[in-house]
Design a protein around this ligand. Sequence first.
Ligand code: CDP
Ligand code: CDP
Length: 202
Amino acid sequence: MPFTIAIDGPAAAGKGTISKAVAAHFGYAHLDTGLLYRAVGAKVLAGADAIEAAQALQAEDLENGDLRTAEVAQAASKVAVIPEVRSALVDFQVAFARRDGGAVLDGRDIGTVICPEAEAKLFVTASAEVRATRRFKELSEKGSDQSYDDVLADVIARDKRDSERATAPLKPAEDAVIVDTSDLSIEAAIAAAVAAIEAAGA
Ligand code: CDP
Ligand code: CDP
């Protein structure tokens, strides 16, 4: 039986961490849909056309280890405003969401556009400063020399582009449960997510 858990929210809110834990808890498959846009963004940085890159995207493109950089994140949010890029990526996501055995998808538009019929919807958020602090720590640990101020500016620019675009903007679905992780430990955030999903019938 399909059971789709849609987890949306802004950059570095904790979507990926919560999605992985929730998928393990319920024994569901997990898709980080940001990787699709990051993979297209990386191809554009390498000289490709955005729409052609999205139409030709292969599963192995998601394995590219360099998709987590700040440069690729910005490129991802730029290609993500192009309607033809988004539409080229829909079928793969919908098929993943409705697979038998349950699926967790995290992104920006899962509960609103990709899977409005999802059985459970969460909108995971946190203040921009908390999110930038988390992302700064992650990037520093990976050897990046980006300053905190640059990371904060990047996060704010990406949130603005993601929220203001005409096609599939970042916003909570009307029936999403909001999980604000600003003051939550990872364990507490996961517990809140699991409780909301159990309440939805998982
Ligand atoms: O997927 P998304 O960009 O929304 O965020 P993430 O990659 O899951 O989390 C970003 C960082 O915040 C990671 O280093 C998490 O360990 C950390 N985090 C946290 O400190 N507290 C939480 N409640 C959730 C995530
Ligand atoms: O991990 P983080 O939240 O920083 O970013 P991500 O989830 O990997 O997404 C990178 C970019 O892809 C976002 O800033 C969005 O512009 C775009 N994206 C989207 O438009 N729709 C999705 N379902 C997922 C990501």
